[in-house]
Design a protein around this ligand. Structure first.
Ligand code: ADP
Ligand code: MG
Length: 622
């Protein structure tokens, strides 16, 4: 039964909005949806295939080929064909220098920190644009299958993706004509596909083991009240099923007594044997032996592989993955027996020996591998999409901010607006004012971190609130609001309330933080808590003193005729004393000089006040 939504404002019937779930993968990408008749998620297939290889070819006329048809160009026009775009998301040329040789892409050498740009045929693309091409083709496949337009989606990303990589993924969606309702972590999606975390009372610690074609990720998740918290991530960005294939190739070349160099130097031969190796590997996932023949260097050879030999060939690779699991558990301060369930993701977990090794390591843990590991992330994304489409009111999914967010206030102090571990989406705000008369511009600098002084925190960005009407210091009411959306993207809005002058920025940090960086920032905040507090007190005192100096200097300047020469010189002297106390940063001295200056100026401040009132009365006619 299809659901009908009625807009309660104007009584119109809204057409069912399709929200699709997208697994934007390194090797393959998939799109999935929840069937509204039976509530089951399914991957949308196109020409009998559920996945689209994440490969893009750009032709001479700028014509674009995506997926299966683009694969052939990897052999014939490698310079105009790109794969593994996901590895480039949010990265600059400088970041990628070390791996560019391995993936053979033509990056434009700008040695800058801005997004990398690639030259494909005559055109130049950045990774956001390239990913958007894949997303667009997935969107079109979904539209063909459904016979309706689709414009909303959920996209998954690895748990270790930082802010800028998430923002880049979101921007790709926008560019593809999709409203990205949420970016969710791949391990979270995989858990959802198994129904883990869908019940509010679920309270579990899960390990998600994701072994794909070229990458391995292990994520430890804690699930509580529908909140998925990433406790630790680890992995190897250059480890996967491709390494299984390569080891089989080496084994065959050795047993056939051929020269590796000779085979490797001939692309056609190498591709032949590599494809055979992949075929053998897949065959051995459900059989004990593999036999075939192959054309190599113009001769036909018989090849075979049995399960035992294959397992020996990959055991070293699996050991490496298990070492990453150990590190992740260590980082999460957990033992293997603390893990309630394991979820297997990625095509390479179809290998029974992988399942065996993972089961062994996590000991008693319950292994979830019943759902096709190629599709599990996309299916979970579809479930999240269904929830966001409003089809499942019983569920909500939340995330938390890893570090506090705030702005710089006088004296270089951090003023926290959203505290660490706040559930997102969230918003919070506070009011500020100016410290100088007639101040027309106010710089708002946004920081992330737990330290008291902004110089120890991480600057996310800054902007200027312009055109504040001239007012005496302290009068403008500047309201600063922080909004964090469900993807962890921060928007800061500043409004001068008396004049309604408004300015906002969306913070898209150039580089986000890795889990280790977050950890080390938290650690240094704890270690420096005491000294930070002292520094804060001193900075606050100094800023109070500066405010007093400013007021006193103003008093003298604007009342030259009403004050005696003696009063002026005495005040100037005390102002200088306070200035020097501030310069040597001595708390006691600053306190003392503030008090002295206050005492000295109080009587004539009162006198000036009386005078002002008198003048005002004189002018009034009754
Ligand atoms: P990625 O996450 O990198 O996009 P996938 O999760 O799609 O990758 O996994 C691709 C890998 O899975 C490839 O190395 C492929 O050979 C391997 N694979 C796919 N099916 C099987 C199978 N039945 N047995 C063993 N390996 C498989
Ligand atoms: Mg994957």
């Amino acid at each position: 039964m299809a659901k009908i939504k009625i807009n309660i404002k104007d009584g119109t019937i809204k057409k069912n909005d399709h929200v699709i779930g997208i697994d934007l993968g390194t090797t393959n990408s998939l799109v999935a949806m929840v069937n509204q008749t039976n509530q089951q998620p399914y991957c949308i297939s196109y020409q009998q295939k559920t996945f689209t290889p994440s490969v893009i070819h750009i032709g001479n006329e700028g014509n674009i080929t995506i997926g299966e048809q683009a694969i052939q160009f990897l052999k014939t026009e490698p310079e105009n064909t790109i794969f593994s775009v996901k590895r480039l998301m949010g990265k600059s040329y400088t970041d990628l220098k070390s791996i560019s040789g391995k993936f053979g892409f033509n990056a434009i050498e700008d040695n800058s920190n801005s997004l990398v740009r690639l030259k494909l045929n005559q055109s130049i693309f950045n990774p956001i644009e390239l990913s958007s091409l894949i997303l667009k083709s997935l969107k079109e496949k979904a539209e063909k299958a459904l016979g309706e337009k689709v414009n909303k989606c959920v996209i998954t990303v690895p748990a270790y993706f930082n802010d800028s990589q998430r923002q880049a993924t979101k921007d790709s969606g926008k560019l593809a004509g999709l409203d990205v309702l949420r970016i969710i972590n791949e391990p979270t999606a995989a858990s959802l596909a198994y129904g883990i975390g869908l019940k509010k009372e679920d309270e579990k610690t899960i390990a998600v083991y994701d072994l794909g074609g070229g990458t391995f990720d292990i994520t430890i998740l804690n699930i509580q009240n529908g909140i998925f918290e990433v406790l630790a991530t680890n992995g190897d960005t250059l480890l996967g099923g491709d390494d299984f294939d390569r080891n089989i190739v080496y084994h065959w070349i050795q047993t056939l007594g051929l020269s590796l160099e000779e085979i490797e130097n001939n692309q056609q031969n190498y591709q032949n044997i590599r494809l055979k190796a992949e075929e053998a590997k897949k065959h051995l996932s459900s059989n004990k032996t593999y036999n075939s023949s192959i054309q190599l260097l113009d001769e036909t050879y018989e090849i075979s592989l049995n399960k035992e030999t294959f397992e020996q060939l990959i055991s070293g690779i699996l050991e490496t993955s298990i070492a990453c699991c150990k590190k992740a558990l260590n980082d999460a301060e957990l033992k293997n027996t603390d893990i309630h369930e394991v979820v297997l993701v990625g095509g390479s977990t179809k290998v029974p020996f992988v399942v065996e090794k993972v089961t062994q390591f996590f000991n008693t843990a319950h292994i979830n591998n019943q759902i096709n590991p190629d599709e599990v992330v996309a299916l979970g994304a579809a479930i999240e999409a269904d929830i966001l489409a409003g089809n499942r009111k019983d569920i909500y999914l939340l995330d938390v901010t890893p570090l506090s967010l705030g702005i710089e206030t006088a004296g270089g102090l951090m003023d926290t607006i959203i505290t660490r571990n706040s559930k997102i989406p969230t918003k919070a705000g506070r009011q500020y004012t100016t410290s100088v008369d007639g101040q027309k511009n106010l710089k708002i600098a946004v920081y992330q971190g737990e330290r008291e002084l902004v110089e120890h925190n991480r600057k996310l960005g800054e902007f200027i609130l312009n055109n504040i009407p001239a007012m005496p210091a302290g009068l403008p009411k500047i309201d600063i609001q922080f909004f964090i959306d469900a993807d962890g993207i921060l928007k800061v809005e500043a409004t001068e309330l008396r004049s309604s002058v408004k300015q906002e920025i969306v913070i898209k940090p150039q580089y986000g933080l890795t889990d280790e960086q977050v950890e080390s920032m938290l650690l240094s905040a704890m270690q420096n808590a005491e000294i930070d507090l002292q520094n804060r007190k001193l900075a606050e005192l100094k800023s109070e003193a500066e405010q007093l100096i400013y007021q006193c200097e103003k008093l003298i300047k604007s009342n030259q005729t009403l004050l005696s020469a003696d009063e002026i010189s005495k005040t100037s002297l005390k102002i200088n004393d306070l200035k020097s106390a501030c310069n040597i940063l001595n708390e006691q001295a600053i306190n003392q000089e503030i008090e002295r200056l206050n005492q000295l100026t109080r009587p004539f401040a009162e006198r000036l006040m009386d005078e002002a009132i008198g003048n005002a009365l004189k002018g009034k006619k009754i």
